[in-house]
Design a protein around this ligand. Structure first.
Ligand code: PLP
Length: 400
């Protein structure tokens, strides 16, 4: 067996030591003689494991007691729908007499995934979508997602049912800064000031890569596991407890009925085992989270991920200076997880050369093209050095 360096955007690389451990768990989970893919989700061994996974997330991200951690299926796309339905139900209970067109859903659009989430809110109805800001007019070509827009361009509604943003745009390589004083941060200071805000963040491709900025101020944070912490099939939701609402009571008042598998309150009341959770992805994610803790937790990965991204962006800049590479995203808005750039000239040669050296999955998303190198937690600094070295070599070989 020989493994390659996988820079894929998701599902993506996982630590080899974890995969080896998981292989043993597939045969015998926790001394039960039953494999993890075969054991009951209500067994005492799996219950203990699930509680441990929850506490590994809770302690590493410092989740306050005001919030619950839920595990479910359906991915980020499932949450595009679930957030709208649960938060419209919450809004209905708070304001039963408001007409639907006066229920506003605020969306910040900084890339392909937040655009998709906005489309789902429009599709479901039950409220009026307000685009707080769309980043495209602020891009270099006035049509691409290449920036976090300036703070003075955001217009939030006074009492929305939800306020939505995507922390890291996986396709476009755009990420909010974690430094709240930066002009590229999410503008928390511009949000309406009263009450508990229905602030929602999609952290699918940056979950556990660094601490969550202003976590306690969020109503819902969600992520698919398949980037930084595990295989596809597991969705993690951190939800503030006032958003665990009785969706059936809201439906009686006219809210859109919520499928029972999407009701946050049902999931929370059932400790995430109301129905069968994705047992195997939870297991592998749990092993990854344990390893993370041993290595120094999310702070360790924040430093590591920053170093990796700095090296890669420096290599792009060096190629840009020679007219061979072009970073796609404006400075200050660049993702630490998904690094995107164009090769000026022979892109196919660049990709083929990398593949020959065992570095795979570096092509950009089919909707935007170019190169995308994803640097999730399991990508090591040595692997990053290998692609940086290759890029230097490509530049010096081409620039003769
Ligand atoms: N949000 C972000 C930021 C993503 O990167 C993705 C998938 O890559 C999704 C949402 C959709 O997730 P899923 O494919 O799990 O439905």
């Amino acid at each position: 067996m020989s493994r390659v360096i996988n820079f894929g955007a998701g599902p993506s690389a996982l630590p080899e030591s974890v995969l080896q451990e998981a292989a043993l768990g597939l045969l015998d989970f926790d001394g039960t003689g039953i494999g993890i893919a075969e054991i009951s989700h209500r067994s005492k061994q799996f219950t203990a494991f699930l509680n441990d996974v929850e506490s590994l997330i809770c302690t590493q991200l410092e989740v306050p007691p005001t919030h619950s951690i839920l595990f479910t299926q359906g991915g980020g796309t499932g949450q595009f729908s679930a957030i709208v339905l649960n938060l419209l139900a919450r809004h209905r209970l708070l304001h039963p007499d408001l007409a639907n067109e006066d229920r506003v859903l605020d969306y910040v659009i900084t890339g392909s995934w937040s655009k998709k989430a906005t489309e789902e809110a429009r599709r479901l109805g039950g409220g009026r979508v307000n685009v707080v800001v769309d980043a495209r007019p602020y891009s270099k070509d006035a049509k691409s997602f290449d920036n976090i827009p300036p703070h003075n361009t955001y217009t939030f509604s006074p009492d929305p049912a939800l306020i939505y943003y995507c922390e890291n745009e996986t396709v476009d390589g755009v990420q909010f800064s974690s430094d709240v004083s930066s002009p590229n941060s999410f503008p928390f200071h511009l949000l309406p000031q009263e009450g508990l805000l229905p602030l929602v963040a999609d952290y699918s491709s940056s979950f556990m890569s660094r601490p969550i900025t202003r976590l306690a101020d969020h109503a819902v944070i969600y992520a698919g596991a398949q980037k930084n912490i595990g295989p596809a099939g597991l969705t993690i939701i951190i939800v503030r407890n006032d958003c665990l609402v009785d969706v059936d009571a809201a439906a009686k008042l006219g809210a859109i009925p919520v499928p029972i598998s999407m009701s946050y309150k049902t999931l929370a009341d059932g400790n995430s085992v109301y129905n069968t959770p994705p047992v195997l992805p939870i297991y592998i994610s749990g092993l990854v989270l344990r390893r993370m803790k041993e290595l120094g937790g999310v702070q360790y990965f924040e430093q590591l991920n920053k170093r990796k991204a700095d090296k890669l962006y420096a290599a792009i800049q060096a190629g840009e200076d020679k007219g061979l590479f072009k970073a796609k995203v404006q400075e200050g808005s660049r993702s630490l997880m998904n690094v995107v750039f164009d090769v000026i000239g022979d892109e196919a040669k660049f990709v083929a050369g990398a593949e020959e050296k065992g570095m795979k999955a570096i092509k950009g998303h089919r909707s935007v093209g170019g190169i995308r190198i994803s640097l999730y937690n399991a990508v090591t600094e040595e692997q990053t050095d290998a692609i940086v070295e290759y890029m230097k070599q490509f530049v010096s070989d081409t620039d003769t």
